[in-house]
Design a protein around this ligand. Structure first.
Ligand code: ADP
Ligand code: ZN
Ligand code: ZN
Length: 736
């Protein structure tokens, strides 16, 4: 028998090996094997078996053996990996690599081993205790032995807590063979001692019952996708929890994907409270060892549920029954390096391959998913009211065109200033949202027109007043802020445009009585910082929280009665067909932070474009209206979901060569441009240069791109473009 094996050399190629007869029964697709490669050996995975070889059989080498250092990949995941490589035009190696966490793949992490002490012969031990009852010198030993006889096997930590413990007592007992130890694999504890109070399912509301009935039907039918469209607080998470219970009651497992930013201890606690030890959590803050252990817990069936960010999608459950994708519209589900997969779409594919059902949940589902629901590809369940019938927050729109003259402090309209003062005075809490960090975003000289711009990227520097630096948010370059114009020496240099840092300093002056904190990636260095601020906000030690989209998602604070949106228009001018959708989603999400408790919430929204459709619909809470408008626009322009789109990015240090590579690439695609497939570009990418690399972009659109995809794979992965790097992005989420 012949096996095709992929090794971890970044090639889009499998190599053939002869399967040793004695291993034919042991090996399967996904098995980790060691193979001779050149003059040494490499580790790899079997992707398929064949009766005949493509190459001359006599030249083939034989698989050396089963890999001792690596875990195998479940067979069904290999199939998913193949599909990803094909669909997302990446190499097989990149795709297969994604299926395993590095900690499992690299073979460097060892399982944690602990010693368990036990009494090999109780009778002997009991006799020893009885014999030495009166012997004073042995009393500590006896006491320890007696405690062990009563309590059973113990780890060293448990031993240390027993009466009579001392190192010498332990040694002596071991020497006399009264006590032995065995080594056991144990799991690193990711939850620490944090206690959770167990909770039980709530009685489902009529809307939840309907959704759960649909889930039960899918579980019986062994497959299907349910789009769960429910406003914030309508009880979607409760639906997930009960759907998971039904899944594990049927002996199957469940994966829950949440955006990394929503994977807070608060979220995890909710799942732990319901499922306790049956739950594993995968997030980016785990150590290599913890990740290794969590993966092994899943792989060995010790847990049935995993909650995690994007990559948890590849959890190696043998009998997967359900995948939940919460906040399915989130663009962070798209991976930005190869394989550039979208976890929602791959979840749907994995569900299909493994007869598992998929729930896509969101308060603002993506246009793609709404379209799939409209065409019957997905079923739809809607939950339109908040649990407890809390009213939606009330919007106050401040038209900034009328108050632009207010200048300097102009980021705070008088309406907003007044509202904040009132809430603080009433002992309530306020969130102010601006999706931009730093102090100012343009440093300009009015004398000579100079604008500070990163030397290696095509973007303006961001000014931080506290650190007195200018920094580039693309490449991370930092220089000290100039006091005079670097070009003409004028001291008149001006800082324009506001970020959260500036909002904070203005707020401190405007609201001296407020207890203010800021939350953005400049000040939040670690997950602990984040938790710390949230805890203080929860306890009321902070009553005014200023932040970027970090505060937009999932935070539940009943005492927040006012949300201020400083600049609602911010994302609208992005050169992207999803700009309106993103703006709408973000505004809905931010607004959802207000009025989650007893007091009704209010949102003060500042805008220069009150008549813009995304803003108007967000203010009216009119999701259906927005989707109608957005889908009409996309259909008219032939954007996804009415076409499929593939973007190809080119980058290189030499502008001319990169531009030529892009043009040649486009030329090579000409034979495929039929059946309504269109090509646009190449053009300079909206961000023309990053880290000194020039960037070009071409986009392809059409109804059926399967043939084009295979051509793109060959062009992008198997051909050289004279120093230019080519990146194919299928279903791109951003065209910057
Ligand atoms: P969402 O995920 O849509 O924001 P949640 O599931 O978090 O909504 O529910 C919002 C709040 O309502 C939570 O505090 C939750 O415990 C509570 N809740 C959800 N479903 C019910 C129910 N059927 N009965 C009572 N309380 C519920
Ligand atoms: Zn100047
Ligand atoms: Zn830069």
């Amino acid at each position: 028998m012949i096996a095709k094996v992929i090794t971890d050399i970044a090639l889009d190629r499998e190599f053939e090996y002869i399967v040793p007869p004695e291993l034919e029964k042991t090996l399967r697709c996904g098995s980790a094997v060691s193979v001779p490669f050149g003059r040494s050996f490499r580790e790899g995975y079997i992707l398929s078996f064949h009766d005949t070889a493509e190459f001359a059989r006599e030249k083939l080498k034989m698989i050396a053996g089963v890999s001792r250092r690596r875990a195998s990949i479940p067979e069904k995941l290999i199939e998913l990996g193949r599909w990803m490589a094909d669909y997302y035009c990446c190499t097989l190696e990149q795709s297969i690599r994604t299926l395993l966490p590095a900690a499992v793949r690299n073979g460097k992490v060892r399982p944690l081993v602990r010693r368990m002490y036990f009494i090999p012969d109780r009778a002997v031990a009991e006799k020893f205790v009885a014999d030495h009852r009166e012997d004073k010198r042995a009393s500590a030993r006896c006491e320890l032995l007696r405690a062990l006889l009563a309590g059973g096997d113990a780890s060293i930590d448990e031993l240390k807590k027993l009466p009579g413990f001392s190192e010498s007592a332990l040694k002596t007992l071991q020497k006399h063979k009264l006590l032995c130890f065995r080594e056991e694999i144990c799991r690193r504890d990711i939850f620490g001692d944090a206690e959770v109070i167990p909770d039980t399912p709530r009685e489902a509301t009529p809307d939840q019952q309907k959704a759960l009935a649909q889930v039960a039907k899918m579980l019986d039918q062994q497959g299907g996708v349910l789009l769960l469209h429910g406003v914030t607080n309508s009880g979607k998470t409760e639906v997930y929890l009960q759907a998971i219970s039904s899944t594990i009651a049927r002996g199957r497992s469940a994966i829950v994907l949440v955006p990394e930013i929503s994977l807070t201890p608060q979220t995890v606690r909710r799942f732990r409270a319901r499922f306790g030890d049956r739950l594993s959590v995968l997030h980016s803050r785990l150590s290599e060892g913890e990740r290794f252990d969590e993966w092994n817990k899943i792989n060995s069936g010790e847990v049935q549920i995993v909650v995690g960010a994007r990559s948890a999608l590849f959890a190696p459950f043998a009998n997967l029954g359900l995948i939940v994708v919460d906040e399915e519209h989130e663009s962070t589900y798209k991976q930005s390096e190869a394989p550039r997969y979208h976890a929602r779409d791959v979840a749907v594919m994995r569900g299909k391959m493994e007869n598992a059902c998929v729930i896509l949940g969101s308060a603002t589902p993506s246009a793609e998913s709404m379209h799939n629901a409209a065409t019957g590809k997905f079923s739809l369940a809607e939950m339109k009211t908040q649990v407890g019938l809390r009213p939606a927050p009330r919007f106050i729109v401040v038209d900034r065109r009328l108050s632009a003259a207010e200048k300097e402090n102009g980021v705070f309209s008088s309406e907003l200033t007044e509202a904040v003062r009132q809430r603080i005075a009433d002992g309530e809490q306020v969130i102010l949202f601006l999706n931009r960090r730093g102090y100012a975003h343009t440093l300009r000289c009015p004398q000579c027109g100079y604008e500070a711009c990163c030397e290696s990227c095509d973007v303006n520097y961001v000014y931080s007043k506290r650190r007195e630096t200018l920094s580039c948010h693309l490449c991370g370059a930092v220089i000290s802020a100039p006091e005079t114009c670097p070009q003409c020496g004028s001291p008149e240099i001006r800082y324009l445009g506001s970020g959260t840092e500036k909002i904070e300093s203005i707020a401190r002056a405007l609201f001296p009585d407020a207890r203010i904190a800021r939350m953005d990636s400049d000040v939040m260095r670690s997950a602990d910082d984040y938790e710390d601020v949230l805890d203080r906000f929860r306890r009321g030690e902070i009553n005014l929280l200023i932040g970027t989209q970090m505060i937009a998602k999932g935070l539940h604070f009943p005492n927040v009665t006012l949300v201020g949106i400083l600049n609602a228009d911010q994302g609208l001018s992005m050169p992207d067909f999803r700009a309106s959708e993103r703006t709408f989603q973000l505004l809905m999400q931010v607004a959802g932070r207000a009025g989650r408790g007893e007091h009704p919430g209010e949102v003060v929204l500042q805008t220069f474009k009150p008549e813009n459709d995304a803003i108007r619909c967000a203010v009216d809470g009119d999701f259906a209206g927005f989707v109608k408008f957005d889908l009409e626009f996309r259909e008219m322009m032939n954007f996804p979901p009415f076409s499929r789109m593939i973007a190809v990015f080119f980058r290189g240090g030499d502008d001319e060569k990169t531009s030529r590579a892009a043009a040649d690439f486009a030329q090579a695609l000409t034979p495929y441009l039929h059946d309504g497939i269109t090509l646009a570009g190449p053009i300079r990418a909206p961000i023309e240069r990053i880290r000194g690399q020039y960037r070009y972009l071409l986009t392809l659109r059409g109804k059926k791109l399967a043939n084009l995809r295979s051509a793109l794979r060959v062009l992008a992965l198997h051909r050289n473009w004279d120093g230019a790097e080519v990146a194919v992005d299928v279903d791109p989420q951003t065209l910057m």
